[in-house]
Ligand binder design. Sequence first.
Ligand code: ADP
Ligand code: 5GP
Length: 185
Amino acid sequence: MIHEASPIVISGPSGCGKDTIVTKLREMDEHISLAVSATTRAPRGEEVDGLDYYFLSREEFEKRIENDEFIEYVQYNDNYYGTLRSELTRLANEGKKCVLVIEVKGAANIIARYPDCLSIFVMPPSMDELDRRLHKRASETEDEIRKRLRIALDEIKRAGQYKHVVVNDDLDATIEEIHKLIVGG
Ligand code: ADP
Ligand code: 5GP
């Protein structure tokens, strides 16, 4: 049977810790799963096609836009990113809670479509700490890091569109807080 459950939306500036948090949540709770997004950006580090993202060419991505395969998509930093409808139905059919880790414009579209969905903005403790984390991850060039920090300032202004804002200072405490929000504790 095909059905579409309301997804869980998690956003926050690049480098604030979203992937680290969601990876841990999935390890500790088998009912939580991540909708794999599609993107035209190049794979980074150990990223695996189909697990971290579906890495598509621009041409392929645009073909899928035309075929109405995305529930939302955006252009972020010169690349496309989008959530495939097929991911939501796949996870719903597996009985999983479907987490979308997406940026603020895509999140606004999902929240408009599912007004009752759980939405969480992960806030860095400070801009200095965000800068440190982006450098620690060492996956982008200096120029790219600077761009992401600029985008972060705009993203933080949109934190009010989310039901919850969680400051990711102590990682374990953040994971526990978000897990409680997801399981409704
Ligand atoms: P995002 O997915 O939001 O871009 P990542 O999960 O890749 O961010 O985290 C960026 C960097 O910050 C990684 O090196 C990660 O280990 C580190 N990090 C995440 N959360 C914390 C935290 N609470 N305290 C210190 N470092 C953190
Ligand atoms: P990154 O290049 O760091 O993996 O992702 C850049 C930004 O795009 C992050 O804020 C990430 O959450 C967001 N993103 C990833 N997938 C999607 C998606 O499918 N849709 C939208 N709107 N944003 C996404």
